[in-house]
Write a protein that binds this ligand. Structure first.
Ligand code: FAD
Length: 464
């Protein structure tokens, strides 16, 4: 017997329910990844993610070869290619992971139908891409996907299934054709500081970060100028591509070091991982939230030439607010940005410049290695006040945020080197310099005063 495993955002061998099930049910297994032009057409591919994906596929192929198998790569419509492979391999069944987006779910339905017409079965596995499958946690008596805290409470009470070991052997039929694996070197326009992808790297990072930094996470996760740059795990791109299982991650973090209780660092970290599940649940319930306001606010976002120019300055890290510019430049250089900087840059665009969150979300998706439809769009909506934030009109002040989270200015000096001559927190307010002192720095004046931005926002939202 032969089974096909259709891999999508689950590029790993450890804790992989579809792969385990296929290996248990059949003698031969075909792990397949389909490069589908429809994903490009939907506008969700970007050079950094293509490069990261190439690393993940190469690493997965290596892991499968160590187990006697290999990865089969095909190009074309996912449904048509999967059916073709199932026919070529004479497989009775196809296993795949459940997706949370409307796109993934429509594809699942098409695939099920097409396979059934061919007399084959599709098995869709839950709990591959999230700790708790969307829709499984429903607090009583309230809107189950609207507010994070009650969701988190119920989510935390649920037992998490044990992670599955990687299969020892994977036997793949010999005569199946595979396209060449994509290579990071062939992707143009990749950020110079992009991290290496792949399950091996994800597991190495998980081990080293949790053993050294997890304990301090509660205190350090908002610190931007962390010298080691390790206040947070940077595991998000690996989770996005499924190079790391969120179920295994939560188990590892809760288990702590041998003989030690999991402490407040672990608890704070698991809470962040829950945000990831929460957004997946929200998107599964409201697939339109990818583009539409989750809670419409009748915003009349600024448009026209001036707004365009502001948006361009924001994208390029030239707003005149050093912390905002530092975040935007980190994004361009690394394809990743610290969460605190994401909050500040997004608040600045949507509330101080009053530009549509969709513009910001599009730019983030064009660069983030972890760029994820659920996490990106719903975090953007949260910040813009059109999402699940229970305080939708809060505005983050970029100077106060800088003084709190980058008190010495190290983060800003690193990413805005033209201000590197300004010592200490003075780097956060270069406009305070006078005459020749100010002229010595080739750095723009603020696009808009914070008070003016706030007044415009309050008037537009009707919260004056
Ligand atoms: P850690 O602090 O180490 O957290 C561990 C894991 O928890 C992360 O890897 C991530 O999977 C999850 N997590 C942490 N915070 C959040 C959060 N607020 N929402 C959802 N999951 C979270 N995250 C993405 O994975 N993809 C995105 O496209 C994305 N876009 C964002 C856009 C905006 C405007 C904002 C404000 C946040 C966005 N985030 C996104 C959430 C968060 O910024 C990143 O997950 C986090 O910075 C990743 O770094 P880390 O792995 O070091 O996080």
């Amino acid at each position: 017997r032969t089974a096909v495993v259709l891999l999508t955002a689950d590029l790993r061998v450890h804790d992989h329910p579809p792969l385990r099930a296929a290996c248990g049910a059949a003698d031969e297994v075909v792990p397949v990844f389909v490069r589908d032009p429809a994903v490009d057409r939907a506008g969700f591919t970007a050079p950094n993610r293509l490069a990261f994906l190439a690393d993940c596929l190469a690493d997965l192929d290596r892991s499968l070869r160590e187990r006697g198998g290999r990865l089969v790569v095909r190009t074309g419509d996912t449904v048509a290619e999967t059916c073709r492979i199932a026919r070529e391999a004479d497989a009775d069944e196809v296993h795949t992971a459940a997706g949370c987006t409307g796109f993934a779910r429509a594809r699942e339905t098409r695939l099920r139908r097409a396979l059934e017409e061919d007399g084959r079965r599709l098995y869709v596995h839950d709990g591959v891409d999230s700790v708790v499958p969307p829709g499984d946690v429903v607090p009583q008596g309230s809107d189950h996907f609207a507010v994070f805290t009650p969701y988190f409470r119920r989510w935390s009470e649920r037992p998490v299934r044990a992670p599955l070991p990687a299969p020892r052997t994977v036997r793949v039929p010999e005569d199946l054709r595979s396209d060449p694996l994509p290579s990071r070197a062939d992707v143009p326009g990749v950020s110079a500081g992009l991290a290496a992808g792949g399950e091996t790297e994800a597991r190495r990072r998980l081990r080293s970060w949790t053993s050294r930094h997890l304990g301090a996470y509660e205190d350090r996760h908002d610190v931007l100028d962390d010298r080691a740059g390790d206040g947070t795990s940077r595991l998000s791109p690996y989770l996005h591509f499924g190079a790391l299982s969120p179920v295994e991650l939560v188990h590892r973090v809760r288990a702590g070091r041998a003989g030690e209780e999991a402490g407040p660092g672990a608890a704070a970290f698991v809470r962040q991982v829950c945000w990831r599940d929460f957004h997946r649940q929200v998107l599964a319930a409201r697939p339109d939230a990818v583009r539409e306001d989750y809670r419409p606010r009748h915003d009349r976002w600024r448009r026209g030439d001036e707004a365009e120019a502001d948006l361009r300055a924001w994208r390029e890290g030239r707003t005149g607010y050093p912390l905002v510019d530092a975040g935007m430049r980190q994004l361009a250089h690394e394809g990743w940005m610290h969460n605190r900087a994401r909050l500040v840059t997004a608040s600045f665009l949507t509330k101080t410049l009053y530009v549509d969150w969709r513009e910001g979300a599009r730019h983030f998706l064009a660069l983030l290695a972890d760029g994820d439809v659920a996490e990106n769009q719903l975090n953007w909506q949260w910040v813009a006040g059109t999402g699940t934030d229970t305080r939708p009109n809060r505005v983050l002040n970029p100077v106060r945020q800088a003084l709190r989270h980058d008190p010495d200015g190290t983060y800003v000096r690193r990413w805005v080197p033209e201000l590197a001559g300004l010592a200490g927190p003075a780097v956060h307010e270069p406009w305070r310099l006078k005459g020749p002192d100010r002229a010595a720095y080739d750095y723009p004046d603020p696009l808009v005063g914070l008070d003016d931005g706030l007044a415009r926002f309050r008037q537009a939202r009707g919260t004056d």
